[in-house]
Structures are given as structure tokens and as C-alpha cells.
Ligand binder design. Sequence first.
Ligand SMILES: [Zn+2]
Length: 311
Amino acid sequence: MQCFCNDAIAAPAYHRDASALRMTLALILAAFIAGHAIAIRLGSFLGIFALMALWEALSPRRHRSMTRRARWTGNLGLVIMNSLLLRLILPAAAVGAAAFATAHGWGLLALAHLSAGATVVIAVVALDLTIYFQHVMLHAVPILWRLHRVHHADLDLDVTTGLRFHPFEILLSLLIKLAAIVLLGAPVVSVVIFEVLLNATSMFNHGNVRLPAAADRLLRWLIVTPDMHRVHHSIEEDETNSNFGFNLPWWDRLFGTYRPQPRAGHEAMTLGIRTFRRPRVCAWLPGMLAIPFIGGAAGYTINRRSWGPPA
Ligand SMILES: [Zn+2]
């Protein structure tokens, strides 16, 4: 603070005006994002959903094994149920935790004394890394894999798969996110940006959409693309246990879980889980909610294979 005041006094008047204007604009933007968090989240959700659904209709990557109507009834039914139960109430908890932590000067970022912009960028990247490790954990711990199976049991992959999670998994992610926000001292703006990004990229990377190969190659250095994430939804466990990233593709490359393409190719590969093949279980809402309680999961951890009879 001292340093900033001295600089401001030494700087020419126009420089001071420009930096004061920049700071005011940044504050207005931050206040707008924080104050309109729900509207921004909902607007981006509906906009990206509509765009992806249109893209899937115009240029699908794979033939569907089931009709959209059959799968979307279950997938969107789960989304509506989760929204009523959790999504409308709980996102406020993440924003509230961020406001509380920063107001009290809590967290690692408060110790670093970085600029506001750098703090937001680092917080978003750190939250993304947290989600990567959370996702690895969901696959590695048998009881958590039971929950995460609801997402993976989808027999096709499209924009709605990116929203299809068991309510307990959403609750668990929220608790982990709250801990990460407090530990980091993540600013409110970074939390809103992260949540909007995660929701948008999840719908994008689960999309049944065709991207030119060159665009996919280039884009997957910056963001997880649909072809990259489809490998993760393969029925082959070694392929399922790769490409855990949701936003940034770097974590998989850094931690050795990156796999560029499925062995069978994108059109011929089988999606879903070997032991869950019946639409009545995989695409019907009561069946989906029962998935965590069906069969065993102890045989499934990373690097282990155990196939029982199909449910
Ligand atoms: Zn997964």
C-alpha cells in the first residue's frame, strides 16, 4: 500500500488518472460479477446448452445408440432434481465462503500480496487443479466410484452427460470446493468465473460434436476438447482412467494421465461402464439414482479390473 502511494505521488497526473480509472473499472466489474452471480451462471448455462445442442444436431460426432428423448428425459430429470435440491441453494455457499475468507484475510493467496488480477487467475487455476485431483479420487476410491458411476453409466455422450451427476457427488464436490476456497482465500470473482467456466466446459467437452482434427489438436493445448474427454468415457478401464481434466488439459499431461485417442476410434468405441448396459438402469431416473447401490465396487480401483455380470 505504501509502495503504491509513493508511486502514485511520483507518477504524472495522467498516469495516476489512468491507473485510478483502471482500478475503478476492475472494481465495478468485480462488484457486477459478484452481485449478479446467479444470473450470470444461469444465462451462461442456458446459452451454452442451446449452442451445444444445436451443434450436436447439425454436426454429430457419433451415431446415437438411443434416442435423445429417451436419454434426455433421465439426464435432464436428474439435472432438475439436483437444481431443486442443491444447485440453487449451494452455489451461494461457495460465493459466501469466498467473501468471508477474503474479508478476514484468510488463505495462501492473502500471504502472497499479489495484484487483484493475478490473484483471480491463480485462484481459478488452483481450483481447476483441485477438481482434477477430486476427479482422480472419484475413480480411485471404491465408495466414491459408486457415486461417480452415475455420470459414467450414460450409454451415449452429449451435452446432457456433462450435467448428469448424483446429488451426493455434487454435495461432495461442494465440500471440497469450500475447503479449497478457504485454504486459498479465493476472491468471490474467481469463484464465480470458475463455476461458470466449469459448467460451460463440462457441457462443451461432453458434446457429441465434430471438430476439425487440426482445430482439436490446437485447442487441446488450451482446453479439454470433446475428443479428449470422450476417451475418459470409454468402456475400457485403462481409457476411463485417463483424461481426468475438465477445464485445463495440462494436468493430465503433467501427471501422466493423458491419452490422446481411444484404441477403437471415436466412432467405433463403446461408451459407458461394462457392468451397466441396460437403458432401464442407465437412462431411467430411478435406475440412475440406484446405480451407487447396485453390485460391487471394491474390485474397481485405478489399475484393477473386475467385471461382474451386467446389471
Ligand atoms: Zn470420470
